[in-house]
Design a protein around this ligand. Sequence first.
Ligand code: NAG
Ligand code: NAG
Ligand code: NAG
Ligand code: NAG
Ligand code: NAG
Ligand code: NAG
Ligand code: NAG
Ligand code: NAG
Length: 529
Amino acid sequence: MANFLVVLLFVACFFVDSSVALRLSSRLIHRFSDEAKALWKSRNGNASGKFWPRRNSLKYFETLKDYDLKRRRLKIGSKYEVIFPSEGNEVVFFGNEFDWLHYTWIDIGTPSVSFLVALDAGSDLLWVPCDCIQCAPLSASHYSSLDRDLSAYNPALSNTSQYLSCSHQLCAWSTTCKSPDDPCTYKRDYYTDNTSTSGFMIEDKLHLASFSKHGTQRLLQASVVLGCGRKQSGYYLDGAAPDGVMGLGPGNISVPTLLAKAGLVRNTFSLCFDNNGSGRILFGDNGPATQQTTQFLPLFGEFDAYFVEVESFCVGSSCLQKSGFHALVDSGSSFTYLPTEIYKKIVFEFDKQVKLNATRIILQEFPWNYCYNSSSLESSYIPSMKLVFPLNQSFIHDPVYTLPDSQGYKLFCLTLEETDDDYGVIGQNLMVGYRLVFDRENLQLGWSKSKCLDINHGEAGHAKPPSNDGSPTALPTDGHLSPPNRQEIAPTAARAFSKSSLTAPHFSLFSYCCLRLFLLLFEFVESML
Ligand SMILES: *[C@@H]1O[C@H](CO)[C@@H](O)[C@H](O)[C@H]1NC(C)=O
Ligand SMILES: *[C@@H]1O[C@H](CO)[C@@H](O)[C@H](O)[C@H]1NC(C)=O
Ligand SMILES: *[C@@H]1O[C@H](CO)[C@@H](O)[C@H](O)[C@H]1NC(C)=O
Ligand SMILES: *[C@@H]1O[C@H](CO)[C@@H](O)[C@H](O)[C@H]1NC(C)=O
Ligand SMILES: *[C@@H]1O[C@H](CO)[C@@H](O)[C@H](O)[C@H]1NC(C)=O
Ligand SMILES: *[C@@H]1O[C@H](CO)[C@@H](O)[C@H](O)[C@H]1NC(C)=O
Ligand SMILES: *[C@@H]1O[C@H](CO)[C@@H](O)[C@H](O)[C@H]1NC(C)=O
Ligand SMILES: *[C@@H]1O[C@H](CO)[C@@H](O)[C@H](O)[C@H]1NC(C)=O
């Protein structure tokens, strides 16, 4: 009887796995799109059409020149080589359960409270759940990947917190200000439908750490502004960033901007997402001298977001004609989005190359349209994708999600999606395996292949940055990176990774489902005895 049930259950698990229960999400949380459109509309009376000056046009060079002047004004000396959140520079990834975003633990306030914030290069605001009217569930029991409860912030309990008033220069967004002494409120709408956070703005201490010469850590604090997120909506209540977001954009209020302004580090930071689901975040990191780079594009002459120009796109060895586009580099996007016209060319070419040895299939629970079944595990050919940037810089990525554990055949999907916008979005899936440097001082994106853990070790020798003022950014050679309390996090998804970072969470959720069913079964069998 029990045996029969076990078999039945296995079947049930596989059925669940390949059908309904594990619908994969794919979301964008950056806030850029609507704003850019509104801005374009307000300046040109038109929301459609290309909002970029044509490349090499006079306007283009004028905006570049403006851009150059602006950045010189930003440049300041810095106190530390690199700093990172006081809980360690580790980035964690829980796959589908937390919408494929990457997170880190940060400590805010006095006494400090920990938050697991999503790392979003596509927005500026740091917000955390706070004095909740409507927040996502914070108890660990709601999440299979967490074994520690998430927290809400309460400004009344932090003796270093201060309300931001309407007169504060960083209260530019508020729409409710009537007098300069009013509290500064905020509301942010994000790209994905109905997703927003609102509340009021607070100034408080963010706890950070730096490496000393001997590789030990020194703690420090920096004043930052943050949103006390009283009311969240949309995907913030449903998987994405339940414990807040750290906006890493170029805006005035973002944490990297405030750290550089305070003279703590250079105006740059890096994100590294490794293949098995962990990673690193470092403020002040310029990256290795050998990295490839491309300039950020100005938008209306301002440096508002991390836009880059992709000159062309190659599928395998075939580089497509007229496949250039502008793209927002956005760690807050689950996957990668391409303007329709470019997307069509790429999937056509991909399909042509792949279908020689694989059959196209529909997998309904996936957000992708190009999925395949290949009967030969070894010989199945999946072309790489190459993004070519100006000056022959390039970025190569394996663009597929491979489903785990099929017997005798292999199922995979191309993880690119289509967007109506006239720019693309380079999402977190393309960043995996790379260390990305957001060098706001030199207005360029840098990237190099990395296992991330290496960043802390032995890189001092060749990590000479292309620095203008000659100050070194040699990284420490011996890092004790994980303070003891990091062990409280259960990197269940991270541990289970096999090949692609996209595979394991699916697998671990699936195992979890089986495990839960087994536990239920045994309880059931026991109760019958
Ligand atoms: C608005 O867009 C249309 C089509 O994209 C274009 O023909 C028109 O010139 C634009 N108008 C302005 C004021 O830019
Ligand atoms: C703030 O709280 C910390 C610890 O909770 C305490 O050490 C410190 O003295 C307090 N500061 C003020 C100004 O009350
Ligand atoms: C967004 O919210 C509005 C009103 O609350 C609702 O009508 C609409 O269906 C929502 N859209 C999505 C995609 O949930
Ligand atoms: C950023 O701050 C500077 C000066 O502090 C100000 O001139 C500028 O308008 C601000 N930008 C935004 C977008 O608020
Ligand atoms: C990630 O994988 C590499 C080997 O590919 C291994 O050396 C490393 O320890 C793994 N890291 C984690 C956090 O599991
Ligand atoms: C994939 O192909 C194999 C045979 O080559 C078949 O047994 C299997 O059912 C197919 N899987 C899907 C999901 O189409
Ligand atoms: C398809 O598979 C065959 C062997 O099964 C192999 O010889 C051939 O190179 C493969 N084609 C591609 C495009 O990989
Ligand atoms: C561009 O780089 C590739 C290698 O990444 C090289 O083969 C090619 O010759 C380069 N082209 C030019 C024009 O430098």
